[in-house]
Design a protein around this ligand. Structure first.
Ligand code: 5GP
Ligand code: ZN
Length: 113
């Protein structure tokens, strides 16, 4: 996907502040943080949104949450955190490569707005 922003970040074509990487996933700081700690975690494989998850690629979502647990320990997110996926227009998705927000280091309101 040539014109995908997050594919370009994964490939290093657009700079980012990398937090974590393994064979399957890539994590970096959000450019417009909504909490004192705000990471974006993506599968390296291009998947447009949660709507595109299927039996062939769903293992990558498990890899995302494995990475969440590693990053939480790496970054000492001892007070907890929130993982958010925005899907589609009403869900607030603005980048068409599935991603999970990892938000921490403040008390997060519930329910969200
Ligand atoms: P969405 O609104 O699709 O759930 O989340 C997209 C996120 O990507 C937003 O929180 C936005 O701040 C972040 N973002 C957009 N462009 C860039 C960029 O070029 N670099 C980084 N690091 N984050 C970005
Ligand atoms: Zn992509």
């Amino acid at each position: 996907m040539n014109d995908c922003l997050f594919c370009k970040i994964i490939k290093g074509e657009i700079p980012c502040s990398k937090i974590y990487e393994n064979e399957f996933v890539f994590a970096f700081k959000d450019i417009d943080p909504q909490a004192p700690f705000h990471a974006i975690i993506v599968p390296k494989e291009h998947i447009s949104s949660a709507d595109e998850i299927n039996a062939d690629n769903s293992h990558l979502i498990g890899k995302i949450f494995e990475a969440v647990a590693v990053i939480a320990k790496q970054e000492n997110l001892n007070n907890g955190y929130r993982v958010v996926n925005n899907c589609g227009k009403d869900g607030g998705q603005t980048v068409g490569h599935i991603h999970f927000h990892l938000l921490a280091r403040r008390n997060l309101a519930w329910p969200p707005g």
